[in-house]
Design a binder for this molecule. Sequence first.
Ligand code: MN
Length: 315
Amino acid sequence: MMANTVLKMTTQEINKLKEAYQAFIQPSSPPGSVFTAKPAGCTVTAYKSGKVLFQGKTAEMEAQKWGSAPAASDPKPGKSKPSHAFAPPENVGTLSLIGSDEVGTGDYFGPITVVASYVPASQLELAKELGVKDSKFLNDKQIAAIAKDLLHTIPYSLLVLSNRKYNELQANRMSQGKMKALLHNKALHNMLEKTKDLHVDGILVDQFCEPGVYFNYLSRERNIVKNNVFFATKGESLHLSVAASSILARYAFIKEMDKISAKTGIEIPKGAGSKVDVKAAEIIRKYGPDYLNDIAKIHFANTKKALNLADGKRS
Ligand code: MN
């Protein structure tokens, strides 16, 4: 069934809308209109009159993100509109979703790990039972225990971007944001394959950049996962699939860090603080500076500080 929803918006609101749908703007739009955009399952056309028409199977859901029709000039107090068109619906926590998250982006040592996993509505209780929650509230031991259960309970896709590869991409001027976007997209693509016979309501990406920027990063990709994709910061508190992915990504990251500690014989710290500089200097003295290329994100300021420390200079 084709549903239509019309909202009345101010010029400013329409400009904001256009920005939010930037990735989906069509090259041409009907006479009298400002723009036409085609996000997942819906066509959005904004007219100079201030009317915005949402057509298609997700029209109602899409329109709800921007206001309740047609009196958009009378917003409910205290209820702020989302800043982009990819905000998840209010019932997001009850849906069958694929969620994705990454770990290791702010750590000098170790790779970036990205996980996408699928938690259907029917398994939300089980996931909770297994202890899945925001990984910020869990220590490494708890992470490992929960992850070991999750690994054979839910479908997931884990991608590990090695330090060597990371440093190569970075040397070719790829931003970390783009690396993350490529990894998330790949993991999501893998998950759509793995769940193709299952019911999936949508995808929730733990937001690390504006959705428009995210899709710009992917513009040269052949397979762009775009349909029913939602973005939200603190996604792990919105749906257990993101929380589960966060746990699995952290577990994989911890294991990689353990491997680095084992092969260097040096206890490798997380983060990018002064402790990290000291350990990196120790590695430089023991194995030479080139060794960092295989175990650290060498463009971080820590490298220079460690080199100075290893030389006996003050950093
Ligand atoms: Mn995250």
